[in-house]
Each structure stands twice: as C-alpha cells, then as structure tokens.
Design a protein. Structure first.
Length: 221
C-alpha cells in the first residue's frame, strides 16, 4: 500500500527541561491544506527516512525546539530538532535536508496571521544573524529597515553636499519642504516594498536582513 501524507503538525519554540515537544502549540495542515511546496520538499529531501532527534537537548534551558510530525496512512514520522542554529553551523548533510523543509514550514506559518510567534520574529528564527547578545531583536530589524528605506535613500544626496555654516544654527532650516516630501515618499515606498517581501517571501526577507545587518551592527541597539 502506498503511504500518503494525511496530516502535518509543526511546533516551534523554547522547550523547558523535562517538557515534551508535544507541549508546544502546533500548527496543523490536513490533506489538501498541506502547502504543495512542503509536500514536494518532504518527498524530495526523503524526510520519511530521517525520523529521530537531532541536536543537544541539554545545551540550554529552555532549548529552542522544532518538532515536525508527519502522519501517514499507516505510520507516523517524528523529527525533533534542538538548537537548530548550532546544527546549521555543523553542516550535517542529513540535518540540512530537514532544515530546508523547516524553512518552507516557517514560510507557510508566516503566511497565516498571528501564527508566526513574536519570539521568532524577535530573534529565534535561525535564518537571521546572531549579533552581540545572541538575539536578533526588533531593534536590529528596525535598524536594517531604516538603513534600506531611509539611510540609503535621497537623504544621502543631502548629506554628501558641502559644509554650510547653517548646520551650526538649530534655528535655521536645513531641509526644504520639497526635499522633506521627497525623503518621506522615497522612504515610505521602499518600506512598503520591504514589508511586501516579508509577507511574500520570508526566506528572502530574512536573507536581506542577514546580508545588510553588518552595515548597522555598530548602530545603537
């Protein structure tokens, strides 16, 4: 009998010592609800033969946990991942196959309002960089968005001009109304593009944050 995927359960979050992955809140897809790219990736990466636990559960308390349960016609495959970020650095080929599927599940979760957790958006998403302090915070994300939407916009043309004594007098205007309008329109347009990318392709958005974070890593956090 050919096994078919009847249900997928995915859990992600900090898991306290002694707790079971089943204690984490689950996102569940059944039958036709299962995203087609996730279903294809499970087959392509041969995840049905990669069941088991990966990573060091005792590495921290709580430990970051990903739990994927694939319910088949007559079988169930459980995959538990602890400290996903550390496993990524190990380069383990079997885990990398699992990680690629988990990324697709992360993307599917982000497309459902209110499902992708505040903790994941604030720093536990392993696709994001790890700045000093070990967490990619909302402020870190805001710094990158400010860089891309404002700092790298038309304001650079104003900043690059010759020095003027009016810069020393706070009572004098430095930006005309037309220049201010241009700055705000450019920043808002770029920010809208970034937010659209976040919702349409979370992996690409995370990669964009990761690549550009090095330019703001010394900014106030």
């Amino acid at each position: 009998m050919i096994q078919d995927i009847e249900r997928i359960e995915y859990r992600n979050g900090p898991l306290p010592a002694g707790a079971k992955p089943d204690s984490l809140a689950a996102m569940t897809w059944r039958g036709g609800e299962i995203p087609s790219d996730v279903r294809k990736a499970i087959t392509h990466e041969d995840l049905l033969n990669l069941g088991g636990a990966y990573g060091d559960r005792a590495a921290s308390d709580p430990v970051e946990c990903d739990h994927l349960r694939i319910v088949l016609t007559n079988d169930t495959v459980d995959i538990e991942v602890f400290n996903r970020r550390d496993l990524l650095e190990s380069g383990d080929a079997r885990f990398i196959r699992i990680h690629r599927v988990l990324c697709k599940l992360n993307k599917a979760m982000m497309s459902v309002p209110g499902v992708f957790t505040a903790e994941q958006r604030a720093g536990s998403d392993p696709r994001l960089p790890v700045p000093p302090g070990g967490k990619f915070t909302y402020r870190d994300q805001a710094n990158v968005l400010t860089l891309l939407a404002f700092r790298n916009g038309p304001i650079e043309d104003l900043h690059a001009g010759k020095y003027s004594q009016l810069l020393e007098d706070p009572d004098l205007s430095r930006i005309t109304d037309e220049e201010m309008k241009k700055l705000m329109i450019a920043a808002s347009t770029r920010l809208a593009e970034l937010l659209e990318l976040r919702d349409a392709d979370p992996d690409a958005f995370a990669q964009l944050l990761s690549v550009n974070w090095r330019q703001v890593k010394n900014w106030e956090r």
